[in-house]
Write a new protein. Structure first.
Length: 120
């Protein structure tokens, strides 16, 4: 039985791949020039959070299982917490969380984005 094409999967797959690529590029640029790279994250962070929201909604809609849902929810929680701490200037932002969560997010988005593109 063949699976029907889903334009949502195509859109979501490309969104996740673009977000993962931009996040990786911004992180590498940040390592070379933190002051110049910091403004880029204002856009990349929003794109990543949109990617998380769309992916979690799709996992719930398609009854994708507890493990993918929990994995994305934990990563989204850590990312959103640090993002909110950053934009609110509360002083609770943790640089170590960024160093750990960004590669995890890039890998999750790359994996899930490719899976969505294969489904579409």
């Amino acid at each position: 039985m063949t699976e029907s094409r889903n334009p949502l999967h195509t859109w979501l797959g490309y969104l996740l791949l673009v977000a993962a690529g931009l996040l990786t590029a911004a992180n590498l640029y940040f390592a070379a020039s933190p002051v110049a790279a910091t403004p880029l994250f204002n856009y990349v962070d929003v794109l990543v959070l949109v990617g998380f929201a769309a992916t979690i909604a799709e996992i719930i809609r398609s009854k994708g299982g507890a493990v993918p849902l929990c994995t994305f929810a934990i990563a989204a929680h850590l990312y959103a917490y640090n993002y909110i701490a950053k934009v609110s200037e509360s002083g609770l932002e943790n640089a170590t969380i960024w160093l750990l969560i960004d590669p995890v997010v890039a890998a999750l988005f790359l994996y899930k984005g490719l899976r969505y593109l294969r489904k579409s």
